[in-house]
Design a protein around this ligand. Structure first.
Ligand code: GCU
Length: 694
């Protein structure tokens, strides 16, 4: 904020979000000695030039247009904008940045645009005031950029307060109630707006008894949170139980086709909007891992989603209906059932049956947020449905915020993937609202379901447990705004924003060290954990650390099928579960053939002998050994790198990361030794380099 706070600025426009912009700049000015102004209140006074109102020249003008009187620089930029792009191009959240006669101008046509323009300026710092800056127009690719909190009000006996949370307790809830003091929630709203996020759901998708009541008698808590987040352009959503009419309404059934049930939802929803007029909508996990759903009444998921959608539609709300539906009581002996197939089998036949305000929320991969998975074929299978792609910022399967694992390269691969090959839209374009016919990326938000992710934030002093995990939160917001951003560029932004103030002299070193540690950290994590896309091999229940056979004879549908000859899951049409057939061409054939299947997904799609030769030239067994030795070496190198920052950055941050790196070295070593030993014992093949295998 220094670049802004040390200058003279004018903010033109009215409304809550414009006030937020004004307050932000005013606060920065108090800190850095600049000044901020608002346009002269008398409409008859025509400013002669930018020096008019207070006799000062402005360095910066942020203006909501069309506005009555604009200072000359802003008016001139506005004219160019209209001529070049046409009024309305900026939409609800876009903004334009330009320089005119030594004034930096940000224009927006709606208040949220001004807010995002402000945070863009913060990212640019001094360079926003450079002499030559070409005009830039920014609009989000996704209209909905949402975080789901898996927070409970009560502390759950097994999952704790935040399910799969690795950053302490909830920032919303404490001791069985809403937190009295919501200051932290306000700060979170500010943080999220700076990342580009515009929606949050405030409770776990597994809705327990207490949390179900947020929809009814605890609605005041939701309203209080919404009040605090509203000034940052963030709408509140709620996870609801499909059985709410029974649990809360005392009805005998939650059958979506029952008139009394429809009325109950309509009535409950009306009351929600009376308390929270800009309420975003419902998130629903139905018929999934024990949650109630329409199957219980012999109805389809379209019937189920539509009853909630109808209740929300008069108010402009949406239902995020999750596609994570599979048989979680599978018999491991049954080789024909394939969990990877489930979402496609359940939902694709329903394409076209969902209301317009239903958003089908699809996990990016067919299994469950593993370190490596193919893209879910559901994303390519429902052209008549609004789809949201769900990512996991919380690191359930990627090191639980004890390991450094910068996830943007992974998300970027997913978002840039073309399910139809090079001829159709990418995953990002589908989420933004492109249909199969649209070959090109859309420039601006369509009416797709957008991007959703499970939040990694808790009441930890560093927000995310591991201080470097903040980069994942930031990257999620930035990629939801613009999926084409390079992960390294996003990381640079985050480093600059996070450390510029506390390490102004050492910023170059901080950047070098963090880039060396984080750029490739997802691939490093992949190297020392489950090999070649086979997934899981984690400790059951808490999902932390290695346990190769932990899930092998379980009911969860997550198997690797290793025996003395080979490993992997046969998902081919020729001899396996035919999951490959759920993809359109070319992928259905690329994945089907062991020759063309990419190495990193080989064991996801095929069961192969240990001696199978990869495209890399290595055998599967030697690849396993090599990557596991290399992965641990890389983590040890990360720890060494980190020591270079001792005394350069905040000692508290340094100590926390050091402690976690020690744990990462320990845990990665455990992974290496268990995986290597397991496969050596199964295969009997020694390491070609004679390294120690236990
Ligand atoms: C995973 C996770 C659960 C979560 C579920 C979901 O299975 O382990 O804790 O509830 O995903 O996405 O609903």
């Amino acid at each position: 904020f220094r670049a802004l706070g040390s200058r003279r600025s004018l903010v033109c426009g009215e409304g809550t979000l414009v006030d937020t912009v004004r307050d932000e700049i005013a606060r920065a000015c108090v800190r850095y000695g600049g000044s901020t102004d608002r346009p002269h209140p008398r409409p008859d006074r025509r400013p002669a030039d930018d020096r008019s109102a207070a006799g000062t020249a402005y360095d910066l003008v942020l203006a909501l247009v069309p506005a009555g009187l604009l200072p000359i620089a802003a008016a001139a930029v506005d004219v160019v904008y209209r001529r070049r792009y046409g009024a309305g191009t900026l939409g609800e959240e876009g903004f334009l940045l330009a320089r005119h006669t030594e004034v930096t101008v940000v224009l927006a046509e709606a208040p949220a645009g001004l807010l995002y323009g402000l945070f863009h300026l913060v990212r640019l710092g001094e360079s926003a005031f450079g002499l030559t800056r070409p005009m830039e127009l920014h609009r989000p690719a996704m209209r909905l950029r949402m975080l789901n909190h898996w927070d409970n009000i009560d502390v759950h006996p097994v999952m704790g307060q935040v399910e799969r949370g690795y950053a302490g307790g909830s920032i919303f809830w404490q001791d069985g109630a809403r937190r009295e003091d919501l200051t932290r929630v306000g700060a979170y709203g500010r943080l999220l707006a700076a990342c580009g996020v515009n929606a949050v759901s405030v409770n776990n998708v597994n809705v327990h008894a207490t949390e179900a009541r947020l929809l009814t008698d605890r609605l005041g808590d939701v309203a209080a949170i919404a009040d605090v987040l509203r000034p940052y352009g963030i709408r509140v959503h709620l996870s609801v139980s499909f059985a709410a009419p029974v649990m809360l309404g005392g009805l005998s059934s939650a059958d979506p086709l029952d008139e009394a049930v429809r009325e109950w939802w309509a009535d409950a929803t009306k009351r929600v909007y009376e308390s929270v007029p800009d309420f975003g909508g419902y998130v629903v996990k139905a018929d999934s891992e024990g949650q109630p759903g329409p199957f219980g009444y012999g109805r389809s998921h379209a019937d189920g989603a539509n009853v909630l959608a109808d209740a929300l539609s008069p108010y402009g709300g949406v239902v995020h209906w999750r596609a994570f539906v599979y048989n979680h009581r599978q018999d491991w002996r049954d080789r024909s059932t394939d969990r990877a197939r489930a979402a496609h089998d359940h939902f694709v036949p329903l394409d076209g049956q969902f209301r317009d305000n239903v958003i089908l929320q699809v996990k990016h991969g067919p299994m469950d947020f593993q370190t490596r998975e193919p893209v879910s074929p559901v994303i390519a299978g429902m052209p008549g449905t609004r789809l949201a792609v769900e990512l996991q910022v919380t690191q359930e399967y990627t090191g639980q915020q004890r390991h450094i694992c910068y996830l943007a390269p992974w998300w970027s691969e997913v978002l840039g993937f073309g399910p139809w090959g090079d001829d159709g839209p990418t995953v990002a374009a589908v989420a933004a609202g492109a249909s199969v016919g649209d070959a090109a990326e859309r420039g601006a938000a369509g009416d797709g379901g957008g991007l959703v992710a499970v939040s990694n934030v808790g009441d930890d002093p560093f927000w995310t447990g591991h201080p470097l995990a903040q980069a994942n939160l930031y990257a999620f917001g930035r990629l939801a705004w613009d999926p084409r951003l390079a992960p390294t560029a996003v990381l640079d932004e985050w480093i600059e924003l996070t450390f510029a103030a506390s390490a102004p002299n050492g910023l170059g070193l901080v950047r070098r060290v963090l880039r060396a540690i984080m750029d490739d950290s997802w691939r490093t994590y992949e190297r020392y954990t489950a090999p070649l896309g086979v997934g899981f091999m984690v400790h059951p229940g808490d999902h932390y650390g290695p346990d190769v056979d932990g899930y092998e004879y379980s009911r969860w549908g997550t198997y690797h099928f290793a025996d003395r000859d080979g490993v992997g899951v046969d998902r081919t049409r020729a001899s396996g579960t035919a999951f490959t057939g759920q993809f359109p061409p070319p992928w259905r054939d690329v994945y089907e053939s062991v020759e063309s299947c990419p190495d990193e997904l080989l064991l996801f799609f095929h069961h192969v002998p240990y001696g199978h030769v990869l495209h890399s030239g290595s055998t599967v067994i030697q690849h396993i050994y090599d990557t596991h030795f290399a992965g641990v070496e890389q983590v040890v190198a990360m720890r060494q790198q980190w020591e270079r920052l001792a005394g350069v950055i905040d000692p508290g941050v340094h100590a926390r990361v050091r402690e976690r790196l020690d744990e990462q070295v320990r845990c990665a070593t455990e992974w290496r030794d268990q995986i290597n030993t397991y496969f050596f014992r199964k295969s009997g093949v020694p390491d070609a380099h004679g390294r120690r295998i236990h």
